[in-house]
Design a protein around this ligand. Structure first.
Ligand code: PGA
Length: 241
């Protein structure tokens, strides 16, 4: 399986800015064949980015979706709309959705089921807060997130991607050490019924990607801030082994 390098732009880049970011990025990584590159723009930029990356090696993902296919859910987006635009991936359970928008394990489980049903590949995020880590509860928290999130779909986890994103490392500049990340990845792998790629996310930068990717347990990275600059994201894509 190719290592996966995914860039989550969060609520950044309007359509015009998205166009120039992707155009520059394509010039920098258009020739990379041995890595799966995924860009995850905000919803409003999906159409323009979809058009630009069509027929390229860059894949498209969305940051969220609703669990229903359609209906009276003002302000929400159906996974079917994402598919229609050319998205192959959708992030489910990002810590900002869990902790800022209040999404529960139960809600995430519904979203994961719908994504499976309609054929979107979920990038399912799990991770502990700083307090939970200090209290020695990292494994307990992740185990709960996995058990509840994957309820009734444990046997289909090979159709998803997992992402370990310690909340204390997201946007803080504090990266988990390669060993800390590898330990949790090993734990996660032990909890899964089937094989799945497990990405690390949390302050991944050009300066630390090489050492993280040395760990064989780390199958790729989910990048936030450093994916907003084409040069730094390209450097992460081209990490050296
Ligand atoms: P960061 O975000 O790279 O800015 O820490 C990672 C993420 O939230 O996916």
């Amino acid at each position: 399986m190719k290592p996966i390098i995914a860039g989550n732009w969060k609520m950044n880049k309007d359509p015009g800015e998205s166009r120039s970011l992707v155009q520059t990025l394509m010039g920098l990584v258009g020739d990379v064949k041995d890595r799966e590159i995924i860009v995850i723009p905000p919803f409003t930029s999906l159409p323009i980015v979809a058009e630009l990356v069509r027929n390229s090696s860059i894949k498209l993902g969305a940051q969220n979706m609703h669990w229903e296919r359609s209906g009276a859910f003002t302000g929400e987006i159906s996974g079917l709309f994402l598919l229609a635009l050319g998205c192959e991936y959708v992030v489910i359970g990002h810590s900002e959705r869990r902790h800022v928008m209040g999404e529960t394990d139960e809600v995430l489980n519904k979203k994961l089921k719908t994504a499976l049903d309609i054929g979107l590949i979920s990038i399912f995020c799990v991770g502990e807060t700083e307090k939970e880590r200090e209290q020695g509860r990292t494994e307990e928290v992740i185990s709960r997130q996995l058990t509840n999130g994957l309820k009734d779909i444990e046997n289909e986890v090979h159709k998803m991607i997992l992402a370990y994103e310690p909340v204390w490392a997201i946007g803080t500049g504090k990266t988990a050490t390669p060993q800390q990340a590898a330990d949790v990845h090993t734990f996660i792998r032990g909890q899964l019924k089937k094989q799945s790629s497990i990405l690390y996310g949390g302050s991944v930068k050009p300066e630390n990607v090489d050492t993280l990717m040395v760990e064989k347990e780390i199958n790729g990275v989910l990048v936030g801030g450093a994916s907003l600059k084409p040069e730094s994201f390209a450097r992460i894509v081209k990490y050296s082994q």
